[in-house]
Design a protein around this ligand. Structure first.
Ligand code: CA
Length: 251
């Protein structure tokens, strides 16, 4: 049974990562390191190859997605994935570190981003964290007494089916947006610090940069607030964090 080689048919036990990266040495380095860490790794050098691998090498559990690729950019690929109902975690690998590029990545539906050159242990930790979150998605949210549907203002969010509407129109939410909403819903009226949110929702402890949280709040306000610049549901507390108020619109 256990030969020295690869215990191949263990897809159910080993998470599969699709690395979309056109720089050959970088792709090879990622493949090697992720394989050493126990993952099944598939490499694509272009968006066209990535699309093909998603089908050929299914199931893929997570995508590491470069931004600049020979046949297009990772942002549009990610957006296209979300638009076609693919909710698997996507981590953007970006050489760009400007805030607007990070925001663009997150806006396109990516769950996280990692600026190049990156720290391998940190990347592995972020992948584990993203996979944990997506595993949580697969479990029945009602099984342990968690709320399956969240209603506030003009918003209805079904955590079990990922369906959400705001002002009567459907809203597509990423896994991380759902996780953040769920955490807010579990702690209504309490001011939650960025550090707490990063630790409990992102699984990042002592994160050097708490800006990710702010980017996500901007998105939630854009989806669910009648006036995103005068939020009544996702309320800022200067210097301390954010508070979720379900009936904020009623007063
Ligand atoms: Ca590239």
């Amino acid at each position: 049974m256990a030969e020295g080689g690869n215990p191949a048919p263990a897809n159910a036990l080993r998470a599969s990562v699709l690395v979309v990266e056109d720089e050959a040495h970088l792709a090879a380095g990622l493949k090697l390191n992720f394989e050493l860490d126990g993952y099944r790794v598939v490499v694509a050098r272009s968006l066209r190859e990535a699309g093909a691998q998603l089908v050929q090498s299914a199931p893929i559990d997570l995508i590491l997605l470069d931004v600049m690729l020979p046949d297009g950019d990772g942002y549009s690929f990610c957006k296209q994935l979300r638009d076609t109902g693919h909710y698997l975690p996507v981590i953007m690998l970006t050489a760009r570190s400007a805030a607007e590029d990070r925001v663009r990545g997150l806006d396109s539906g990516a769950d996280d981003y990692m600026p190049k050159p990156f720290d391998l242990p940190e990347l592995l930790a972020r992948v584990r964290s993203a996979l944990r979150r997506s595993g949580w998605r697969q479990s029945d949210p009602t099984a342990d007494g968690q709320q399956a549907t969240l209603r506030f203002g003009e918003a209805v969010i079904h955590f079990d089916t990922h369906e959400a509407t705001a002002f009567g129109k459907p809203v597509r939410l990423t896994q991380l947006e759902l996780d953040l909403l769920r955490y807010f819903a579990q702690h209504p009226g309490r001011v939650l610090s960025r550090e707490e949110l990063l630790e409990r929702v992102w699984n990042l402890r002592n994160a050097p940069n708490t800006r990710s949280v702010d980017n996500f709040i901007v998105r939630l306000r854009k989806y669910f607030e009648r006036e995103p610049d005068k939020p009544v549901h996702f309320v800022s507390h200067r210097g301390s964090g954010y508070r979720f108020v379900a009936d904020g619109g009623g007063l």
